[in-house]
Write a protein that binds this ligand. Structure first.
Ligand code: ARG
Length: 463
């Protein structure tokens, strides 16, 4: 049988393999709610413009609602020979309503239809990701407030650098997520133009009202160029790009959790809810959720690369290549949603090991910069010279296998005679972090104020 939607000029049906490569129903059936919403807006507009008689409009509207109920109830039968969600809905509509269902497709094409459906799906998904990212920010800000004064080593090159607080580390991710949310919102704002009514590529001769359908579907305005309307997948690329950056942030944090939960670091404890045991080694508590968050960033970035490559070199306007936008976009944005949920759970349950962190914070000569700063502040040494004196003292201490605070005053004075007893105050980790009061610095008072500020902002109703 030739296709009943477009088979007029075909004598025989498609080859088996043609049907298989051509069909998207296996994955675009999830667009059913968006597809029916778009059709309802379209048919209402056709009625209001006098393009369709009122009785046909009413019959089609009732029929679309019936199809929607069947899909929701799981009784709708999806058939591969109907290719995609658009033709599946229309075919069932025809069975319910009769031949007048065929009037629904007046002044539109599957090209503007699918672009509209995808935009509606991506828009809802971006809103959900934004809300989930806010939830993760909240969990992190709460941890930050609870641990504003919990010291830990800060690293550069994964070498102990200077002590920081655990709260400060948490708030670094709150900032990253704020930028991620900004990108989700930017992408949403830019995508919010409605392609419906661009028809196949050139617009239509029917007196349609694109402003009305745009408004009915919650878009800010109709898209301005019919070719661009059906050829554009920037909204998917941009969302995948924002999702990729967010996934990379989560992956970096996940990597830290993997390292921190190792027996060698023992910085934090993940809850039983977010770890797994080993079938052979009874002592193990594996950070599988963190590892999977780290890994899923690969498929999210992969989806972005995949779609960029699909779009590259496509002449205007629509080509069937663009059907390949869906699986990657659905999969990647869904994976990010799962990662955000898993991270939020892990962070909520996470317990830093304060004793281990404090010991680690003091090791590796992490307060050497504090000593150099003291030499500058108290003795007026130029920083370069202070750096040199401190380097000598670190050498002496490491030769003896002790920390800087274990050197005697005479030993200190051998490197710089004007050093006094007062220097010992800055060699402590607590003093070190407390002194970092510059804007954005790690001092507990700063961290507490920033965490409280975030929690207050996150509690505000969304604009
Ligand atoms: N399933 C198609 C897609 O996802 C719908 C658009 C088909 N348009 C066409 N001219 N064949 O892209």
């Amino acid at each position: 049988m030739s296709n009943r939607m477009w088979g007029g000029r075909f004598a025989s049906g498609p080859a088996e393999i043609m049907e298989e490569i051509n069909a998207s129903i296996g994955f675009d059936k999830r667009l059913a709610p968006q597809d029916i919403r778009g059709s309802l807006a379209h048919v209402a507009m056709l009625g209001a413009q006098g393009i369709l008689p009122a009785d046909d409009v009413a019959a089609i509207q009732d029929g679309l609602k019936a199809v929607h109920s069947e899909i929701e109830a799981g009784t709708f039968v999806f058939r591969r020979e109907l290719e995609d969600i658009h033709m599946s809905v229309e075919s069932r509509l025809t069975e319910i309503v009769g031949p007048s269902a065929g009037r629904l497709h007046t002044a539109r094409s599957r090209n503007d239809q699918v672009a509209t459906d995808m935009k509606l799906w991506v828009r809802d998904t971006l809103d959900n990701l934004d809300a989930q990212a806010a939830g993760l920010q909240q969990a992190l800000a709460e941890k930050a407030l609870a641990h504003a004064g919990t010291v830990m080593p800060g690293f550069t090159h994964l070498q102990s650098a200077q002590p920081v607080t655990f709260g400060h580390h948490c708030l670094a991710y709150v900032e990253m997520l704020a930028r991620d949310r900004g990108r989700f919102r930017d992408a949403r704002a830019r995508l919010n133009e409605c392609p419906l009514g661009a028809a196949a590529l050139a617009g239509t001769s029917f007196p349609i009202d694109r402003h009305a359908t745009a408004a009915a579907l919650g878009f800010d305005r109709p898209t301005a160029n019919s070719l661009d309307s059906v050829a554009d997948r920037d909204f998917a690329l941009e969302s995948l790009s924002a999702a990729s950056i967010c996934a990379i942030h989560l992956s970096r944090f996940a990597e830290e959790l993997v390292v921190w939960t190792s027996a060698q670091f023992d910085f934090v404890r993940l809850s039983d809810g977010y770890t797994t045991g080993s079938s052979i080694m009874p002592q193990k508590r594996n950070p599988d959720a963190a590892e999977l968050v780290r890994a899923k960033s690969g498929r999210i970035v992969g989806a972005l690369m995949g779609l960029l490559t699909v779009m590259k070199g496509l002449p205007l306007a629509y080509s069937k290549d663009m059907q390949e936008d869906k699986e990657g976009t659905f999969d990647a944005l869904q994976a990010l949603s799962l990662c955000l949920a898993a991270m939020t759970g892990m962070v909520r349950d996470l317990e830093p090991n304060a004793g281990v962190l404090a010991r680690a914070a003091g090791s590796g000569y992490s307060t050497a910069t504090d000593l150099a700063d003291w030499l500058v502040r108290e003795l007026g040494l130029p920083f370069r010279q202070a750096h040199h004196v401190t380097g000598r003292l670190v050498g002496v201490a490491s030769g003896k296998g002790v920390g800087l605070e274990a050197l005697s005053l005479p030993e200190m004075q051998e490197a710089e005679p004007r050093i006094t007893q007062a220097v010992y105050a800055v060699l402590g980790v607590e003093n070190s972090v407390a002194s970092r009061v510059s804007f954005g610095g790690t001092a507990p008072a700063n961290v507490r104020a920033q965490a409280e500020g975030w929690l207050a902002r996150l509690a505000e109703p969304v604009a």
